[in-house]
Design a protein around this ligand. Structure first.
Ligand code: F6P
Length: 324
């Protein structure tokens, strides 16, 4: 028989993402609405290990759906990668009578959730990262807001690039994943998109393209460079030296992780938060919520972590074809 859940914990872990508050709110209110108590764990797994745990009421999540960041704060916690840390975390969950746990974060956070599930704490993961690099799902909390934030910023860079007939190298976030860069590249009509997954960074080719573009009458040249490729200032300097075209580098940085979530992030995060609680109430554990082929689904965490996700070659090719 499925274990009856009386108290659930909720935490956010890893990089924050707009929409996490909508997910927390949905977890808290779905649980309370079903007679389940909620404990908020502050500062991710670090907070769990330090017993930074608060009881949450429906009012604690009032006025949060529109706010960026995470009201529970977040952290990256190396101790949770050790067996000792995981045992301690499971013991603390038992001490606080947390029999179900919702973890909002990325793949690293799901590994911690899996460890806790193996130690008897029912856990459900919700994908939260602006990088969209979680293989089991087509949607991750925060990507939509981040890509819109970056797109608006790049539109502004484009205006001044055109006025001055300059080249602009704009660096967007994504240490290992190029989804933000690819989407901005298409949405902003960039001439070039550099992705960490592609390994096709070729300075000479870029310089040649810029020269040809100028001959074709283009007034600017926008390069969207993913953080994982990096070195934007150096690239800008080399382009200017080789082409004579004034070139500026702009690193958008952490502004991409903040801000009020879009409607999409609020709605999807709310549904995922509610679904995570429903799964716990059904006695499920070691699952991660996802969105695939137009539906909200859930996967075994082990299977989810084994899945691979690649940059869609079709979209990347289209982006290249549109930059002539
Ligand atoms: O949230 C994802 C991400 O933005 C990555 O693209 C980036 O490399 C990383 O977080 C950096 O985050 P932090 O500096 O907070 O560790």
């Amino acid at each position: 028989m499925a274990k009856q859940i009386r108290t659930i914990g909720v935490l956010t872990s890893g990089g924050d993402a707009p929409g996490m508050n909508a997910a927390i709110r949905a977890v808290v209110r779905t649980a309370l609405g079903n007679g389940v108590k909620v404990r908020g764990i502050r500062r991710g797994y670090s907070g769990l290990l330090n017993e930074d745990i608060i009881d949450m009421t429906a009012r604690d999540v009032s006025d949060t759906i529109q706010r960026g960041g995470t009201i529970l704060q977040t952290a990256r916690c190396l101790d949770m990668c050790t067996e000792e840390g995981q045992q301690k975390a499971a013991a603390i969950c038992k001490k606080y009578e947390i029999d179900g746990l919702v973890v909002i974060g990325g793949d690293g956070s799901f590994k911690g959730a899996r460890a806790l599930s193996n130690l008897g704490v029912n856990t459900i993961g919700i994908p939260g990262t602006i990088d969209m690099d979680i293989a089991c799902t087509e949607y991750t909390i925060g990507f939509d807001t981040a890509v819109n934030t970056a797109m608006e910023a790049i539109d502004k860079v484009r205006d001044t690039s055109t006025s001055h007939e300059r080249c602009s190298v704009v660096e967007v976030m994504g240490r290992d994943a190029g989804y933000l860069a690819l989407w901005c590249g298409i949405a902003n009509g960039a001439e070039k998109i550099l992705l960490p997954e592609e390994h096709d960074y070729n300075e000479e080719q870029i310089i040649q393209d810029i020269t040809e573009n100028r001959k074709r009458g283009k007034k600017h040249y926008i390069i969207i460079n993913a953080e994982g490729v990096g070195d934007s200032a150096n690239l800008a300097r080399k382009i200017e030296e080789a082409t004579g075209m004034e070139t500026r580098a702009t690193i958008l940085g952490y502004m991409q992780r903040g801000g009020s979530p879009t409607a999409k992030d609020r709605v999807y995060a709310s549904i995922m938060g509610a679904k995570a609680v429903q799964l716990l109430m059904e006695g499920k554990t070691n699952r991660v919520v996802g969105y695939k082929h137009g539906e909200y689904v859930d996967f075994d965490i082990d299977e989810a972590l084994d899945m691979q996700k690649a940059i869609p070659a079709y979209q990347y090719d289209i982006a290249k074809g549109l930059s002539i």
